[in-house]
Design a protein around this ligand. Structure first.
Ligand SMILES: Nc1ncnc2c1ncn2[C@@H]1O[C@H](COP(=O)(O)OP(=O)(O)OP(=O)(O)O)[C@@H](O)[C@H]1O
Ligand SMILES: [Mg+2]
Length: 274
């Protein structure tokens, strides 16, 4: 089957329209989530595009962190939490909520970076090597190479290369957060989840992390929770607006910020609530 005629016949606007319909990396379908009897996510359905940055926005308590934590099965750590629906990861089509799927394997595919930098009480080197060792890598040369690659990708290598064996806690807050990013990407996850990664950082450290996230999407899919709408506008391709556990609107960031389809989205982005 030839696809050439369609491609040849495409004009600019069709090409860019198809660009925003990138292949889905994660397909969330009919997702409900309960903390015991407290239902916090209600029938969330969205296709997270591959190799894009997707921002999750919405007022405090609407379920952004809860959604992010469903994606790496973090909620499994506590008794009484319950998922319904599916979260299918492409291209293999694995439903990561399926009972047969090992949550540890899921966490290898979904790296996570939290609001407050949380390096392990170990050296800079061992923080990055940690997940690699869990994956069974133990040859020094291979570990050294992977650690350096991850630190370079996290734009931290030049600042730490002469003190890799010092404790991570001696780094500044912004450096610690970049170390956590290096730790999250070292194991080659498919998706990196960021939960308000810059809210504890100053503007310079923040802009470094933002640059890094934009760079990262060349090879991983990114989802980021942010309260900072300017930040969502600067770095995300797609935006999901949530309210009271529901996904109200999901679409191209530029379109949503200039021409929201739903009145609640408009109220939120114009600062009328939240
Ligand atoms: N462990 C828990 N047990 C019970 N309810 C919880 C738990 N964690 C969160 N919730 C509730 O779930 C709802 C969604 O919380 P979540 O942390 O996902 O919101 P959020 O959108 O990330 O908010 P914020 O912007 O303040 O971080 C809130 O009503 C919250 O009180
Ligand atoms: Mg949160």
């Amino acid at each position: 089957m030839s696809v050439a005629p369609e491609i040849a016949g495409r004009d600019e606007s069709e090409a860019s329209a198809s660009d925003t319909k990138a292949l889905p990396k994660v397909q969330i379908h009919g997702l409900n989530f309960f903390y015991g009897t407290n239902q916090v996510l209600r029938s969330v359905t969205m296709d997270v595009p591959a190799l894009k940055v997707t921002a999750l926005i919405g007022p405090s308590g609407c379920g952004k962190t809860t959604l992010l934590r469903c994606m790496n099965r973090m909620h499994d750590l506590y008794l009484g939490n319950r998922y319904e629906g599916s979260i299918v990861v492409q291209p293999d089509g694995t439903d990561i909520l399926d009972a047969s799927v090992d949550p540890i394997q899921v966490r290898m595919r979904f790296g996570m970076v939290f609001q407050k930098p949380n390096p392990f009480p170990k050296s800079i080197y061992e923080n990055v090597a940690y997940g690699l060792r869990l994956q069974g890598m133990n040859r020094r040369k291979e570990l050294d190479e992977k650690v350096e690659k991850a630190l370079r990708e996290a734009a931290l290598w030049e600042e730490v290369k002469s003190r890799l064996h010092q404790m991570a806690h001696n780094l500044s807050g912004g450096q610690q957060q970049r170390l956590c990013i290096a730790r999250a990407i070292a194991t080659d996850p498919d998706v990196v989840l960021f939960d308000e990664p810059t809210s504890a950082l100053d503007p310079i450290a923040t802009s470094k992390i933002e640059e890094l996230i934009v760079e990262l999407k060349k090879r991983v899919t990114v989802m980021i929770v942010t309260h900072n709408l300017q930040q969502a506008g600067r770095i995300s391709d797609m935006t999901a607006f949530m309210y009271l556990g529901e996904l109200i609107e999901f679409g191209d960031t530029n379109r949503m910020f200039t021409n929201p389809a739903k009145p609640q989205t408009e109220d939120y982005i114009s600062g009328r609530f939240g």
